[in-house]
Design a protein around this ligand. Structure first.
Ligand code: BGC
Length: 479
C-alpha cells in the first residue's frame, strides 16, 4: 500500500461582488420569471432564519435529554478548559475531509504551537471499500510520517496520538466510541456500530508502529480547543468545510442524559448539527436539493449539512443550471458534456464566480468556457450563473448563522464577551461567508453582537485540537 503526500495550496480570500437581479438584462419574460422564482426559493428571510433557529434550539434540548435524537448532542468526554499554558508533544491524525493529515504538534506553552504536517490524498475507492483497508492506509501514512520526520521512540514507550475522526461517533470514553453513520462521501463497509479507535490501534499494532490512540476527537471539538488555546473566551467550535457541524461548552446539569462523572461542571458537546431537520419540518428544501440528496451516498441523511457544506453546494448549483438549460432559459439550451456529469461543478468555482467583479464577468466566462467547455457564453448567461451561485452560497451562510445563533441563545453567550472558532475551506475561502454569518447574527441579536462575539478562523483545529485533547485526556485520566 502506498501513501502519497500532496502539496497544499493557499488561495487568498476575496469578497462577494454581489449582483442584483435588476442588473440583469433578461432575454424574455419567461427567463425573468424563472430567475425571480429561484430568488424566492433560495431566500432565507429574517423570519425564516428566526424560525429555523427556534426549531434548532428545540432539537438541542431533545438531544441533551436522550440518545438517538436527530441532533445527537454527543458527550465528548472533554472536560476542563485550557489557558494556553499547557505543554507537550503529540501526534495527530486527521481523517474526515478531502485529505488525510498527519501532524506533529509541539505545545510550547504561552499559547505557542509548533506543527509539522503532511497531507495524503484518500483514494475514493478506499472511502467506500473495506473498513480494514481504510484504517490500514491511515496506519501506513502515520508510519511514513514518522520516517519522514525521523520521529523515533526509545524502548517500550509509545507516541500519544489524538485521532480526529470527523464523523458522528457516539463516544463512550475519551478514546472509545461507535460510529453512528458515515457522512461526506465515506461509506466503508462494516464500520457502523464499530469503534474506529479499535480499528486504528489494531492497524498500528499489526505493523508494530509504536503509537497509542489516546483521544478520539471530532474536528469541531478540536477546533474549539485549538481556538481556546489562544483565546480562553472560546465557547464554540464550528466546521464549515467539506461537511459542517458545531461543538460548544455545555453545563453538566443541562446534559440530562449524562450518566457519567457528575463532579465535572461542564463538557464539550459535539452536536452533529449536519443532521438537523431530518424530519423536514422547517428547512426550505428545493427540488435541486432533493435531486442532489437522492444521488448522494447517504440519501435522506445530513439534510442541513447538504444545504451548507462545500461538498454539496456545487452540485446544487449544477442542478439549478441544468434545469434552466433544459427549459432553454440559459446558454440558449446549449450544453457542455462536463456539466452533465454529477459533481463536476466544484464549490471552488463558486468562490471564483462570487468574487468576479470584472465588467464582463471574465472569471466566470473562463470557468464556463475553458473549464466546463460551454460554447461561447453571453453576458446574460454569465450574470444568471453568477446570481444562481450567489443564491446557493448565501443561503448556506444564512443557514449557518441560524445554527450559530441557536447555540449562542441556548448558552446565553450572546450577551457576554465570547469567541467562536471556525475552521474549514468554506469559511476560509468562500467570499463573504463570514460577513453573511455576522449579518445573520445581527438580525437575531442586534448590533451589540458585533462587539460581544468575535468570530475567528481557527486554523488547524483538527491537528492542534487533537493534540490538546490527548493532553487533556492524560490530565483528567482517573488513575
Ligand atoms: C460529520 C461531523 C463533522 C463535520 C465536519 C460531518 O459530516 O458528521 O462529525 O464534524 O462533518 O467535518
Amino acid at each position: 500500500m502506498t501513501s502519497t503526500p500532496i502539496a497544499s495550496k493557499i488561495i487568498p480570500k476575496a469578497s462577494r461582488a454581489s449582483l442584483d437581479v435588476s442588473q440583469i438584462a433578461f432575454t424574455s419574460d419567461k427567463q425573468k420569471h424563472a430567475v425571480d422564482a429561484l430568488v424566492r426559493e433560495f431566500d432565507i428571510s429574517p423570519q425564516l432564519l428566526q424560525d429555523i433557529k427556534k426549531n434548532f434550539m428545540a432539537g438541542m434540548q431533545k438531544g441533551l435529554k436522550k440518545d438517538g435524537e436527530t441532533l445527537a448532542m454527543i458527550t465528548s468526554y472533554v472536560v476542563g478548559r485550557l489557558d494556553g499554558s499547557e505543554t507537550g508533544s503529540y501526534l495527530a491524525l486527521d481523517v474526515g475531509g478531502t485529505n488525510l493529515r498527519v501532524v506533529s504538534v509541539h505545545l510550547a506553552g504561552g499559547g505557542e504551537i509548533i506543527t509539522r504536517q503532511t497531507k495524503y490524498r484518500i483514494d475514493e475507492k478506499l472511502k467506500i471499500g473495506e473498513a480494514k483497508a481504510l484504517f490500514d492506509f491511515m496506519a501506513v501514512c502515520v508510519d511514513s510520517f514518522l520516517d519522514e520526520h525521523q520521529i523515533a521512540v526509545r524502548g517500550d514507550t509509545q507516541i500519544e496520538l489524538g485521532f480526529t475522526f470527523s464523523f458522528p461517533v457516539l463516544q463512550t470514553s475519551i478514546n472509545r466510541g461507535t460510529l453512528i453513520s458515515w457522512t461526506k462521501g465515506f461509506n466503508a463497509a462494516g464500520m457502523v456500530g464499530k469503534d474506529p479507535v479499535a480499528y486504528l490501534q489494531d492497524a498500528f499494532n499489526r505493523r508494530h508502529i509504536p503509537v497509542r490512540v489516546a483521544a478520539l476527537v471530532n474536528d469541531t471539538v478540536g477546533t474549539l480547543l485549538a481556538h481556546a488555546y489562544h483565546n480562553p473566551e472560546t465557547v464554540m467550535g464550528v466546521i464549515l468545510g467539506t461537511g459542517c457541524n458545531g461543538a460548544y461548552i455545555e453545563r453538566i446539569d443541562n446534559i440530562k442524559k449524562w450518566k457519567g462523572d457528575a463532579s465535572a461542571k461542564e463538557m464539550i458537546i459535539n452536536m452533529e448539527f449536519g443532521a438537523f431537520d431530518k424530519e423536514r419540518e422547517i428547512l426550505p428544501l428545493t427540488m435541486f436539493d432533493n435531486k442532489m440528496d437522492r444521488k448522494s451516498v447517504n440519501p435522506n441523511k445530513q439534510i442541513f449539512e447538504k444545504m451548507i457544506a462545500g461538498m454539496y453546494l456545487g452540485e446544487i448549483t449544477r442542478n439549478v443550471l441544468l434545469n434552466l438549460i433544459d427549459r432553454r432559459l440559459l446558454f440558449e439550451g446549449g450544453i457542455s458534456p462536463d456539466i452533465n456529469q454529477m459533481w463536476t461543478f466544484e464549490t471552488a468555482y463558486m468562490s471564483t464566480i462570487e468574487a468576479d467583479a470584472s465588467p464582463h464577468l471574465h472569471a466566470t466566462r473562463k470557468i464556463l468556457e475553458s473549464t466546463l467547455s460551454f460554447p461561447a457564453t453571453t453576458m446574460n448567461d454569465r450574470q444568471i450563473v453568477k446570481l444562481v451561485v450567489e443564491l446557493v452560497g448565501k443561503r448556506a451562510a444564512r443557514l449557518s448563522a441560524a445554527a450559530v445563533a441557536g447555540i449562542l441563545e441556548h448558552t446565553g453567550a450572546w450577551h457576554q464577551k465570547a469567541a467562536i472558532g471556525i475552521d474549514g475551506s468554506l469559511f476560509e475561502y468562500y467570499p463573504s461567508f463570514d460577513t453573511d454569518i455576522m449579518d445573520g447574527l445581527v438580525e437575531v441579536f442586534g448590533q451589540d453582537i458585533r462587539n460581544n462575539i468575535s468570530i475567528g478562523l481557527a486554523q488547524d483545529g483538527s491537528g492542534v485540537g487533537a493534540a490538546l485533547c490527548a493532553l487533556l485526556a492524560a490530565k483528567h485520566a482517573t488513575p
